[in-house]
Design a protein around this ligand. Structure first.
Ligand code: ADP
Ligand code: ADP
Length: 228
């Protein structure tokens, strides 16, 4: 489903963030990408939705070379969740979640119904949390909204970049188990980045470890893969 072929990313200042990376994530598989800070995990993710272009190599999504796809169309096929999800501060949780379905052409009422379903799916109560504003939520609840929003376009692929990295350990544990339950229901192809090896082992069908291939810590070429 997602395939990296000899992908290298060098930033203009000469930093090699990803070095000759080749690996793939099968359809419906949850692969965790683990490695220390600075080893190139975020760069790897951003190349999949074309926020960053590789210097060399190619990335395929469901057989399509992503460099040939329109970035907007590409991002419809990919849900993206980051550590600090950016929600619109002046919109309620329900409105934040309904934005994507509305943009995709659902009339406002349908979009809100869809948003309510998504909130339930991630363990929030639309009647309770739906009317709140982002700053009235706990950190864990905000991350749940981020997951709901990423699922809104029903993309086959989810990219998750340390989505539970900024919440305390008890909440993280809770979010992890809910995410596993959710994944059993929705079966997305997931690339999940973390620097927490326990999280990687717990969540991943397979884990890919960035091995620190260069003196500056870039991984890429030295990736090792394990079944969990
Ligand atoms: P990780 O997500 O594993 O912490 P990143 O992909 O963010 O790693 O970064 C990999 C390497 O690339 C690091 O050495 C980082 O400092 C460097 N890097 C990231 N973004 C840029 C940039 N825009 N310009 C130059 N170097 C960058
Ligand atoms: P967490 O440990 O999950 O980060 P918090 O201590 O941030 O939890 O929040 C605990 C509860 O208080 C949550 O149910 C959250 O919805 C609620 N809460 C947090 N901030 C506000 C606020 N500004 N207004 C109303 N409720 C809030």
């Amino acid at each position: 489903m997602i395939r990296f072929e000899h992908v290298t990313k060098r930033y203009p200042d000469g930093t090699t963030a990803v070095d000759d990376l080749s690996f793939e994530v099968a359809e419906g598989e949850l692969v965790t990408l683990v490695g220390p800070s600075g080893c190139g995990k975020t760069t790897t993710m951003k190349m999949v939705n074309r926020l960053i272009e590789p210097t060399e190599g190619r990335i395929f999504l469901d057989g399509d070379d992503i460099s040939t796809l329109d970035p907007v169309a590409l991002r419809r096929r990919i849900g993206y969740v980051i550590q600090q999800v950016g929600l619109f501060p002046h919109k309620t949780v329900l409105e934040n979640t309904a934005t994507v379905p509305h943009l995709l052409g659902h009339p406002r009422r349908k979009a809100r119904e869809r948003a309510a379903e998504l909130l339930e799916l991630v363990g929030l109560d639309p009647a309770v949390h739906g009317g709140r504003y982002p700053d009235q939520l706990s950190g864990g609840q905000r991350q749940r909204v981020g997951v709901a929003r990423a699922l809104a376009a029903d993309p086959p692929v989810l990219l998750m970049d340390e989505p539970f990295g900024a919440v305390d350990p008890v909440v993280r544990d809770h979010l992890q188990s809910e995410f596993l339950r959710l994944q059993q229901q929705v079966r997305k192809t997931v690339l999940f980045v973390t620097h927490d090896i326990e999280e990687a082992v717990r969540l991943g069908d397979r884990i890919a470890v960035y091995g620190g291939g260069s003196p500056r810590g870039a991984g890429g070429g030295r990736i090792e893969q394990f079944d969990t």
